[in-house]
Design a protein around this ligand. Structure first.
Ligand code: OGA
Ligand code: NI
Length: 393
């Protein structure tokens, strides 16, 4: 029975592969639907032996990057030219005794880089390793009809727990070489029975640890703005917590594809854990800079909504993940944002205490949900900061 199912799944995957690698008539929508119908994402393509990158993933495909600048293109090895030695994302030991110095370092990094790595954060290394291992186990389990993955395969914005290949598959010009498990864990934690069992305990534990780290970071960021430490949590920037477990399968032709297209994050703050493969780059001073894996560290970055409420003081910086032949690569992103749930009536605009005649508001107020609706409508289109600029006054 199982063997028969495996066979038919294989057959289905092979049909998909034939369809998506066929050189003549290119029906992009049909190919996207075919990939979707496998219910096993990019990992399914690779597991079934794909040696070519299907055209829906090509970054240089016809018209797809129209109007785009060359920096959207990825160099041939999938690895960029080495970045300038001087340009490295700041690493901050937030466990340091001098609290004012830590807050100052965080302020400076949030202003000048929008990105930093943190050590001394107190999250046990075992919890970090367990979360990465659990995320990997989820993605490496079989997909397809009847699988645990199929049970939660969805892109519906309102769903708390879902697995998919590209949240914006049908909107974006280039499909990304990546699959994602999406878990909305706060403010309303999911019922344990709804979580995929293979990673449930590890990711619940991880979510708790990262929530505490988020609270510490929001305090430091508040202090860095010259506000009382509880300011950002008082206005509920820490309310929503969404965990994305990304899986980037090894890519047979990395020069043709991208792991994650250029984008900025939509929420207030992101805490990211990456394994040791590398590939994350941020756009800093007109060039792509590698965020080199640092064992034991978390990567922290400012999201669009934090840039909006700080009136451009803190920067939501664009970043991307290049595809690699190595891997798989696993990363776990935690977004602090309520996204579409719960529906909050709180309006977010530039923080009044930061405004003056010299620093007038640059953005109109918005509900988190309205911001996200705009962000999702655009998807990761590889262009600059489109959603945020729509809210500029
Ligand atoms: C994201 C993201 C980077 C990574 O989830 O928004 O940028 O390294 N992830 O997976
Ligand atoms: Ni991101």
């Amino acid at each position: 029975m199982r063997a028969a199912r495996d066979l038919s799944r294989r057959h289905q995957l092979h049909q998909t592969l034939e369809l998506v690698t066929m050189p003549a008539a290119y029906d992009r929508a049909a190919e996207l639907r075919a990939l979707d119908a496998t219910l096993s994402g990019v990992r399914g393509l690779v597991a079934s032996g794909a040696t070519n990158v299907p055209r829906i993933f090509h970054v240089h495909g016809e018209g797809e990057w129209e109007g785009g600048s060359p920096d959207q293109q990825v160099s041939s090895s999938g690895d960029q030219e080495p970045s300038a030695a001087a340009a490295t994302v700041p690493v901050i030991d937030i466990g340091g005794a001098d609290r004012a110095a830590v807050a100052e370092a965080v302020r400076r990094a949030a202003e000048e880089w929008g990105f930093f790595q943190v050590t001394g954060h107190g999250v046990p290394p075992a919890a970090m390793a367990a979360a990465v291992g659990a995320a990997r186990a989820f993605h490496e389990a079989d997909g397809g009809e009847g699988s645990d993955k199929a049970r939660i395969y969805s892109r519906e914005p309102g769903r708390a727990i879902k697995y998919h290949c590209n949240f914006d598959l049908y909107q974006s010009p280039v499909a990304n070489w990546r699959d994602t498990l999406y878990l909305r864990v706060a403010p309303d934690p999911p019922a344990p029975a709804d979580m995929p069992e293979i990673c449930r305990d590890e990711l619940f534990e991880y979510a708790e640890q990262v929530k505490n780290l988020g609270n510490t970071l929001f305090e430091l960021l508040s202090e860095g703005l010259g506000l009382k430490p509880s300011y950002l949590t008082d206005i509920e920037c820490n309310q929503g917590q969404i965990i994305l477990c990304h899986y980037y399968p090894p890519c047979p032709q990395p020069e043709l594809a991208i792991g994650t297209s250029r984008h900025s994050d939509s929420g207030f703050l992101t805490i990211l854990l990456q394994d040791d493969i590398g590939g994350l780059q941020i756009f800093h001073e007109d060039r792509w800079v590698d965020v080199t894996p640092t064992p034991g560290a978390f990567i922290v970055n400012v999201g669009d909504l934090l840039q909006l409420i700080t009136n451009d003081k803190f920067k939501s910086v664009e970043h991307r993940v290049v595809a690699k032949n190595a891997g798989p690569r696993v990363s776990i992103a935690c977004f602090f944002s309520t996204h579409f749930h719960p529906i909050s009536t709180r309006m977010y605009g530039p923080i009044k205490e930061l405004l003056s005649d010299e620093n007038p508001p640059l953005y109109r107020e918005t509900l988190v949900r309205d911001y996200l609706t705009r962000y999702y409508a655009i998807g990761l289109d590889g262009k600059a900061k489109t959603a945020l600029s729509d809210f500029r006054l």
